[in-house]
Design a protein around this ligand. Structure first.
Ligand code: PMP
Length: 375
């Protein structure tokens, strides 16, 4: 065990585990290794802690932030939680530093998050608990309309002195931090796990299956793996029905523009940081099948993950049904990695989760408990 004191919570971003999904693999009849990168174990609860930390630290290095800065970010919530967490920590550091050395009081970063209405109350609560101000925006507003979470953030940036949008949709540090951390962590875990007769391994990252929102995760991981490790790695993007990120365009025709419930993936525009050339193929997923996959991850693997993680597993099941997917799935030792982006903490009050948790069988007292408790 290697343990050291870390300076603050930001030191607990990254270095998440890669976990075998052996039970689910067996149920799907797979011979390959099905592996999951468990991003809910980042300190703020999602993969987006990585980019929040990276974007803030880069802006600080570049002199774009000062104590009067107001960080404003349009987000589906998780990036906001990472930014709010970093802002809360920085407040204390700046305050401490200023008080010690300049004998004055200073505030760190004020933080305003614009959040579409559909995003969970849990995310809003976490944001407010961390000290962020939250502005809800209509989910149905097109990305380039003034009412959207992006439009409102821009309006606030213009009007509020010190306002700055770090802009996860365009900030190069978004894909870059995945190229420098998430991707290399996956490679390292696979390379350093020996192949044994019981658990054969190709020693390579053979397939990565990953949802796309901004696309920073999939772009950055693809670059890391293909550039430095295995140029033949197959990168599969998962895009919800109703979104337009998938290629070829024809994939997006079914349910085009339809509202969907899963949070954090899919958009009505192509973010700059999503480089679709880095993605080899795409699958489309629906809400119900994604939530069924969440349940499977919980019941079979004990993983309390969020909706987009279900989409990743559901997307994997669909990819394994393709001809190349079938071949990979039936080859011992092939390593197929799923990105599980956040945890169920963000969705505990959502009907899709409560229905699954409270109303799934067995819903009432089982007979054995009822017998014991009988008056
Ligand atoms: N899943 C969840 C729950 C998310 O919050 C996000 C980020 N929007 C993603 C997946 C997709 O990550 P990325 O923005 O890097 O594509």
């Amino acid at each position: 065990m290697h343990q050291q004191i870390i300076d603050n919570a930001l030191g607990a971003v990254g270095n998440t585990p890669l976990v075998r999904l052996d039970k689910i693999a067996a149920q799907l009849g797979l011979k390959c290794n099905l592996l999951a990168k468990l991003e809910c174990l980042n300190v703020g609860g999602s993969i987006k802690d990585r980019i929040a930390k990276a974007m803030i630290e880069a802006a600080e290095r570049e002199g774009k932030l000062n104590k009067d800065s107001v960080i404003i970010e349009p987000t589906s919530g998780n990036t906001g939680i990472g930014i709010a967490m970093a802002s809360a920590i920085k407040v204390k550091i700046v305050f401490f530093y200023m008080k010690q050395l300049l004998n004055t009081t200073a505030k760190g970063y004020r933080c305003i998050i614009t959040l579409p209405d559909k995003m969970s109350v849990e995310k809003e609560a976490a944001l407010r608990a961390l000290g962020a101000e939250v502005v809800r925006t209509p989910t149905s507003a097109a990305w380039d309309s003034p009412e959207s979470h992006i439009g409102i953030a821009k309006k606030l940036e213009k009007a509020i002195p010190g306002g700055i949008i770090l802009d996860q949709y365009r900030n190069k540090n978004n894909p870059l931090i995945h190229e420098l951390s998430t991707g290399p962590e996956i490679i390292e875990a696979i390379v350093s796990t020996p192949s044994t007769p019981e658990r054969p391994s190709s020693g390579k990252v053979d397939v990565v299956i990953c949802g796309a929102g901004t696309g920073g995760t999939i772009t950055g991981i693809s670059r890391a793996v293909k550039k430095t490790h295995n140029k033949d790695c197959i990168v599969v993007g998962v895009d919800p029905k109703g979104s337009i990120l998938a290629v070829p365009e024809a994939l997006n025709e079914e349910d085009n523009g339809k509202a969907y419930i899963v949070e954090g993936i899919g958009y009505d525009f192509i973010p700059d940081v999503l480089v679709r050339d880095e993605v080899d193929s795409w699958v489309k997923t629906g809400d119900d099948e994604s939530f069924a996959a969440v349940r499977s991850l919980m019941r079979n693997e004990g993983l309390l993950v969020g909706g987009s993680s279900g989409s990743a597993l559901c997307g994997a099941e669909k990819w394994f049904a393709t001809s190349i997917g079938q071949k990979v799935g039936q080859t011992e030792g092939m390593n197929v990695v799923l990105l599980l982006a956040d945890g169920i903490r963000n969705y505990m009050s959502k009907p899709w989760f409560l229905d699954m948790a409270l109303h799934a069988e067995p819903s009432d007292l089982s007979k054995s408990i009822a017998d014991v408790l009988k008056p």
